[in-house]
Write a protein that binds this ligand. Structure first.
Ligand code: PEP
Ligand code: MN
Length: 254
């Protein structure tokens, strides 16, 4: 699913909100030749009063939309309770930034995927060092599943102009210290829709194997993270820019 001579694109809404929304996103994603559809069903929100996701109903919708358009799926396993369901239904299990150092969850994922070798996208905690990030990955790798995708999604710094500071340095450092594929999540890493294309270019130039972006049919009405989501009408521009920058490095999109 990930390789050194390709750049894999992942796109879809922050959260699955309705059948119409996820089907519209899936249709556009597939039309553009993107192979992986993202969407949160169980959402880890900072405020308990914010939309928490559609739960299992959202997962059903994600899987149905992906099956209709021949896409692979990624969604977050927020805790041990929902993990088996996501392991069974999705192609990639996402571990959220807030859970990077949830070692009991990581151990459980390791045990569950030791045989299935299902891909796990591990997001870097916003305050984790690269060493801590790589050691968190070891919890899964040491169980016997080699398929871990490392995801840089921005760290906390003193800077407040952006939601987080996308640590582009992490890309060559991770490449030096590990052979695992590296993804950059430009949506959480920046928090601003107008930065998604420039930072995708930068991430590809720095050597990532995958780029993830949030995309929504109507970002202004999104229940979650609309300000950092591409309108589906602009997703084609994003794909073309990613293709152009990947080509500079002799890589194809997948
Ligand atoms: C997400 O990808 O929807 C998400 C919640 O990201 P993070 O865990 O990086 O905050
Ligand atoms: Mn989000």
């Amino acid at each position: 699913m990930f390789s050194r001579d390709t750049v894999t694109l992942i796109a879809g809404p922050c959260a699955i909100e309705s059948r119409e929304q996820i089907f519209e996103a899936a249709r556009r994603v597939s039309e553009l030749g993107i192979s992986i559809l993202r969407g949160g069903a169980f959402k880890p929100r900072t405020s308990p009063y914010s939309f928490q996701g559609l739960g299992e109903e959202g997962l059903d919708l994600l899987c149905e939309a992906a099956a209709t358009y021949g896409l692979k799926t990624i969604t977050e396993a927020t805790d041990i309770d929902v993990l088996p369901l996501i392991h069974e239904r999705c192609d990639i299990i996402q571990v959220g930034a807030r859970n990077m150092d949830n070692y009991s969850l990581l151990k459980r994922i390791g045990a569950l995927t030791a045989d299935s070798k299902k891909w796990v996208m591990l997001k870097r905690g916003p305050a984790a060092t690269i060493e801590e990030f790589l050691l968190a990955a070891e919890y899964i790798l040491s169980s016997g599943n080699p398929n871990v995708l490392l995801c840089e999604r921005g760290i906390r710094t003193f800077e407040t102009a952006t939601r987080y500071t996308l640590d582009l340095n992490a890309i060559p450092v991770l490449k030096r210290l590990s052979t695992l594929p590296v993804c950059v999540d430009v949506s959480h890493g920046t928090g601003h829709a107008d930065m998604l294309i420039p930072m995708s270019r930068a991430a590809i130039a720095a050597g990532v194997d995958a780029v993830m972006v949030e995309a929504h049919p109507n970002p202004k009405k999104a229940l979650c993270d609309g300000h950092q989501s591409l309108n589906l009408d602009h997703l084609g521009d994003w794909v073309e820019e990613c293709r152009r920058f990947a080509a500079l490095l002799g890589k194809e999109l997948r």
